[in-house]
Design a protein around this ligand. Structure first.
Ligand code: ADP
Length: 191
């Protein structure tokens, strides 16, 4: 199973990614988590990524693409994977197409979680209090929403045209959303 999970910041991608990946027996690959791990370990990749992340901007495509390519090449991703937070730009869509084509497989679905704008801000402000993520301040949250609208929302149309889009209502309890995703995905054919 090869899946991508999309949605604006605060939609619940990271939370749902873990459950969905476990359900299908594939690794959940979160670009945000990989960047954060590199930042906390002080690797060269982390040093490069941090200044973009702290201001709510996207890390340059070239850096992100290289990182995802290396991760997908690891043996645990051979049977499939769930990507959380990638692709986020049209350039990344093309790169991912190439990576998957190279394995002789194809993408099975692009799941997008939809959540009201007001609810998104509430969730992120709440997370700011509990998790203390450096990019969960009000200004940076606003900038992340803008960048999402400008650069990532257009990808929904791309996957819709390809017939791969699975839209799931992301409002409500976590386990209700998980069940909606399972119900939607259990119907689709796997490559
Ligand atoms: P969010 O909850 O805002 O969706 P993530 O944890 O997925 O956040 O990502 C945090 C930050 O990591 C992003 O704001 C961005 O700077 C960087 N990042 C994550 N994925 C990508 C990507 N595919 N392309 C560029 N930058 C990315």
């Amino acid at each position: 199973m090869r899946l991508i999970l999309m949605g604006p910041p605060g939609a619940g991608k990271g939370t749902q990614a873990r459950f969905v990946a476990e359900h299908f027996g594939v690794p959940a690959i979160s670009t945000g988590d990989i960047f954060r791990a590199n930042v906390s370990q002080g690797t060269p990749l982390g040093v490069e990524a941090q200044r973009y992340m702290d201001s709510g901007e996207y890390v340059p495509d070239e850096v992100t693409n290289r990182m995802v390519r290396a991760r997908i090449d690891e043996p645990d991703a051979a049977p499939g994977f769930l990507l959380d937070g990638y692709p986020r730009t049209l350039d990344q869509v093309e790169e991912l197409d190439g990576m998957i084509a190279h394995t002789g497989h194809s993408l099975d679905a692009a799941v997008v979680l939809t959540v009201d704008a007001e609810e998104l801000v509430q969730r992120l402000l709440q997370r700011a209090q509990t998790d203390g993520r450096a990019d969960d301040t009000e200004d940076v949250i606003r900038r992340r929403q803008e960048v999402y609208t400008e650069q990532t929302e257009p990808l929904i149309g791309v996957y819709r045209e390809r017939g791969l889009l699975v839209e799931v209502d992301g409002m409500g309890e976590v386990d209700e959303v998980t069940q909606r995703i399972f119900d939607a995905l259990d119907d689709i054919p796997q490559s």
